[in-house]
Design a protein around this ligand. Structure first.
Ligand code: CA
Length: 265
């Protein structure tokens, strides 16, 4: 029902029912290799054929692509992504609700993809926290251009800045998985890093124990929850200041919210 690129139009997938956008004629040349710099895109698309084609195309453009097919999966994997490409027509959750929840939890840029039949008003989607949106069918070159534009806007500090999260004293490089306290790198175990990354994405927000477990362990952790406290204790020790990770009684933890400036969003 949907075409996204010249590649589809010549294929046998049955997806080429619509013409390409006029500005992106078929056969306009190879997909430009823009060097995605290994940034990770989370592709949320339940259409198997379209999803796999987009996945291949984005990989060729230099991005690491992680594809999921449901809203639930999107919410549980978005923390790994530098940008989320979100199809609104999902099998489990309403895509606009997924968009809202993603924005509530993460700073990760979101580009919403809608089909004609589910096309919401532009303003509504942007109000929900999307950074941009595309209506199917779209040209692949246009998709790449929008991804680049959104990434540029989200990274005013230049390459790498979007991968940084943290408070005034703690900087977490989510992509390189490195942590700095007052400019000095601190060595963390993978689990400690995952826990800190959870907190650092939105300093000041109380993150529940359940959410931390879901993200740093997996969705079905049945072991003792005390293990989280052990890791947090170790983290506090390594960070050198117990106040950086604050206990929110009855809820979970939050990272010291003091920040030198506002986040882009
Ligand atoms: Ca869909």
């Amino acid at each position: 029902m949907v075409a996204y690129s010249r590649r589809v139009s010549s294929g046998t997938t049955g997806l080429a029912a619509r013409p390409m956008a006029p500005s992106r004629p078929a056969g306009s040349g190879p997909v430009p290799s823009e060097g995605g710099n290994g940034l990770t895109l989370l592709l949320v698309e339940d259409d198997e054929s379209l999803g796999s084609q987009l996945e291949r195309g984005l990989a060729r453009a230099g991005y690491q692509v992680r594809r999921v097919t449901s809203g639930e999966a999107a919410l549980s994997t978005a923390h790994m992504a530098d940008l989320v490409l979100l199809d609104l027509g999902l099998p489990d959750l309403d895509g606009t609700e997924v968009c809202r929840l993603l924005r509530e939890r993460f700073l990760t840029p979101i580009i919403v993809v809608t089909a004609r039949g589910e096309e919401p008003e532009r303003v509504a989607v942007l109000d929900l926290g999307a950074d941009d949106y595309l209506v199917k069918p779209f040209g692949f070159a246009e998709l790449l251009a929008r991804i680049r534009a959104v990434l540029r806007r989200s990274r005013p500090g230049g390459p790498g800045a979007a991968e940084l999260a943290g408070s005034s004293r703690v900087r977490v490089d989510l992509r390189a998985r490195r942590v700095y306290v007052d400019g000095t790198e601190v060595s963390l175990t993978p689990k400690e890093f995952d826990i800190l990354a959870c907190l650092a994405e939105d300093p000041g927000r109380a993150v529940s124990r359940e959410e931390i477990f879901e993200r740093a362990w997996d969705a079905h952790w049945y072991g003792p929850t005390k293990v989280l406290d052990v890791h947090v204790a170790a983290l506090r020790r390594k960070l050198g200041d117990p106040q950086l990770i604050q206990t929110v009684y009855g809820v979970g933890f939050r990272l010291d919210p003091a920040k030198p400036g506002e986040t882009p969003r």
